[in-house]
Design a protein around this ligand. Structure first.
Ligand code: AMP
Ligand code: MG
Length: 402
């Protein structure tokens, strides 16, 4: 059976990068930057005071103490936003506010806390070293430096930097459109009667949320019954999206028609079945630039296969660099046995105690047990060739909370 990495490679090889668009920086949070941002300014742009205090000449304050303060004449003040045109001389001080430009002649700022004003004079109780409390031009960012690389998911700090760069708008990857279809005669939507044998549609909603979470535009195609005509009709529009997700109907049951219908629709099937648990019957195909995923219907299988295969595709489409799934090694706190051959994702909880991470399985490990997933904050990854991991051994976990 195809391994997870090989399957993911097949998916990534099929990804076509989508175009970029220009958005206002106020709408750019969590979008993927489509160009490198180089600084065309020095930051700070001028030498300025890091404190409220007095701009002074450091050599003139040597030996200042409580018992032997040094007196300076205050010749003016510099509020933030204004410059001082004169030059500071020995024996003088300029009152200065945080962020105001350092006047010519001054080489340090003595904080207001070390001083006491008396009329036109100020008493300084403590000396300060040269260059102290001054933020120098270009010390944070030198002009020409790469400040935000292409492919980065834009954070609030990045937006601050974009503003510092005087950018009102920015080029980001377009959000991929992701159509979502649930299948199953038993599956009914919220608000519909739950007659005997029926279950609620969970996957449409959890997938919808995942698409938003990872930067896509979800389009719900509703629920198709388990017959070829219904599935055929329902996926018509979905094949115009960047990605089509179909949950259920990809296994080996008598009513699992998704694969057949996709083939009839001209979708080229790239793989079906991967060595993963939960989620073995996951299917992937391509039509034109549209990626089609058949995700097994059990809600945990759907979520795990989304993370392993759909998410990397969404990221690559937008040119996102880095892995959005955070991994961590932890000490296992309970023995785990698996039937080897497939990589297992065990729903679990990880915690940090006394300098180490510990992880253990949570709840029942059924691929339908949504509450176990809800109680989990990680997936414990058990390699396909490891039938047993003992308590106390190291395991790799994927963190679920971000
Ligand atoms: P399937 O992949 O169609 O064989 O479905 C596997 C299991 O997942 C069955 O127990 C289905 O009832 C359940 N299932 C399928 N689709 C959904 C859905 N949209 N929401 C919740 N459970 C589902
Ligand atoms: Mg089904």
């Amino acid at each position: 059976m195809l391994g997870i990495e090989q399957a993911r490679e097949v998916v990534l090889d099929s990804v076509v990068k989508i175009d970029s668009e220009v958005v206002d920086i106020t709408s750019s949070l969590n979008r993927i930057l489509a160009c490198d941002i180089y600084s065309d300014i020095d930051l700070p742009t001028f030498n300025n005071s890091a404190m409220d205090g007095y701009a002074v000449i450091s050599s003139g304050l040597k030996g200042a103490s409580f018992d032997q303060p040094i007196w300076l004449e205050v010749i003016g003040e510099i509020p933030a936003g204004y410059t001082y045109s004169g030059k500071l001389m020995n024996g003088k001080a300029l009152k200065i506010m945080t962020g105001a430009p350092i006047p010519e002649g001054a080489d340090t700022v003595v904080p207001i806390e070390y001083t006491e004003a008396e009329g036109a004079l100020v008493k300084v109780f403590r000396g300060v070293k040269e260059k102290e409390n001054i933020r120098y031009k270009g010390e944070d960012v030198a002009r020409g430096k790469l400040v935000i690389p292409e492919g980065k998911k834009i954070s609030p700090v990045d937006i601050g930097m974009l503003a510092a760069q005087n950018l009102r708008t920015i080029s980001v990857a377009k959000l991929p459109s992701v159509s979502i279809l649930a299948t199953g005669d038993e599956v009914v939507d919220i608000g519909e009667e739950l007659s005997p044998g029926k279950i609620r549609d969970i996957n449409s909603y959890s997938l919808y949320a995942n698409v938003i979470k990872y930067g896509g535009i979800p389009i719900s195609l509703g629920i198709a019954k388990d017959n070829k005509a219904a599935i055929f009709r329902s996926i018509e529009n979905g094949l115009n999206s960047d990605i089509l997700l179909i949950s259920g109907g990809v296994s080996v049951g008598d009513y699992d028609f998704v694969k057949e219908v996709l083939i009839e629709k001209g979708v080229s099937i790239k793989f079906w079945k991967v060595a993963i648990k939960p989620g073995k019957p996951v299917l992937f195909g391509v039509k034109g630039n549209t990626l089609v995923f058949g995700l097994p219907g059990n809600p945990i299988s759907t979520l795990v296969t989304f993370r392993e295969f759909v998410l990397p595709a969404m990221c690559k489409m937008q040119g996102r660099v880095g892995n959005p799934v955070r991994e961590q090694y932890a000490v296992l706190e309970r023995d785990i046995s698996i039937a080897p051959g497939r990589r297992h994702y065990i729903m679990g909880r990880i915690c940090y105690r006394g300098g180490s991470y510990f992880a253990k399985p949570v709840g029942i490990q059924s691929s339908g047990a949504l509450n176990s997933m809800l109680q989990s904050n990680c997936l414990i990854v058990v390699p396909e060739d490891t039938p047993q991991i003992k308590s106390g051994e190291q395991v790799l976990v994927q963190l679920l909370d971000e």
